[in-house]
Design a protein. Structure first.
Lengths: 133, 150
């Protein structure tokens, strides 16, 4: 079975609009999803986020990332050019049950959040010993 | 297109879906550009604002260190250039790739004379903030009005 078939089940949930923060807007972070032999990596760009503003949850097979972003400008800011909005990041994914949910870990550096989703024992590649007949 | 963000705002979502539609129907527009002729959205996206003393330029550059970034001023132009390296391990298979990688450079005109040697840049949590002091000549100055004594 090719390694990618598993991830066809790591599909994104439709964006929920439930999250309304004081900043008003909530943004989808761009993500990379990589598969390594032992784990999946979900890497999300969350510029402006600090460690204490990150909330990662895994419930009922859904991985949810929320990054709180403090406003960096106020309402009176005299913009000359405004190409992006600043607000919280939020995104959810449905994750295959072949993940060891207990061992999910997260780290953040320079505005990039990396989630490690270790594969459960059954999903790891295994070398099958071949015996002489 | 690097690092574009998909907003949850319905209008933006619509636009994103239209973008998606086009890239699905016309993949060649996204990929086949051997001479770099197609207009591209500027990267990084910038927010620029001002107060009487300074112009402030902010760009989101997640994953970069200050050593990956150059901020240059020349005349009334400000250039931000740098590179985000691809750190994908060789053994990884990629299931989704939305985060852009590679070199970028973008120049904007500030349209006012600036103090070149007092430009300051700071990178924090993936957000680059550049403070560009306006030249003395264009700053508003409070003129003290004195009563002439007879």
């Amino acid at each position: 079975m090719p390694a990618t078939t598993e991830l066809s089940r790591t599909k994104e949930r439709p964006a929920t609009r439930a999250e309304q923060t004081r900043n008003g807007q909530v943004y989808h972070p761009n993500v990379d999803i990589l598969e390594l032999p032992e784990e999946l990596l979900v890497i999300a760009d969350v510029p402006g986020a600090r460690r204490d503003g990150i909330d990662v949850r895994f419930e009922n097979g859904t991985l949810t990332i929320h990054a709180r972003i403090e406003p960096r400008q106020n309402d009176e800011t005299a913009y000359l050019m405004r190409e992006y909005g600043v607000g919280d990041f939020h995104r959810s994914f449905e994750v295959s049950e072949w993940i060891d949910a207990q061992r999910i870990s997260a780290e953040i550096a320079n505005g990039v959040l990396t989630l490690h989703l270790p594969k459960s024992e059954e999903a790891r590649p295994r070398k099958i010993p071949v015996r002489a007949g | 297109m690097m690092l574009s963000r998909n907003t949850v705002n319905p209008i933006h979502r619509l636009r994103d879906e239209i973008d998606q539609l086009f890239s699905d129907v016309l993949p060649s527009f996204q990929t086949w550009d051997p001479f770099g002729m197609l207009p591209t959205r500027g990267f990084p996206a910038m927010n620029v604002w001002e107060d009487p003393q300074n112009i402030y330029v902010e760009a989101e550059l997640p994953g970069l260190k200050m050593s990956d970034i150059e901020v240059l001023v020349s005349g009334d132009e400000l250039t931000i250039k740098g590179e985000r390296r691809d750190t994908t391990p060789e053994s990884a298979s990629v299931h989704r790739r939305e985060r852009g990688m590679g070199s970028f450079a973008r120049t904007i005109h500030l349209a006012v004379p600036i103090e070149h040697d007092k430009v300051a840049a700071e990178l924090r949590d993936g957000v680059l903030s550049v403070t560009v002091p306006k030249a003395e000549a264009v700053r508003p100055r409070k003129i003290e009005v004195r009563m002439l004594e007879k």
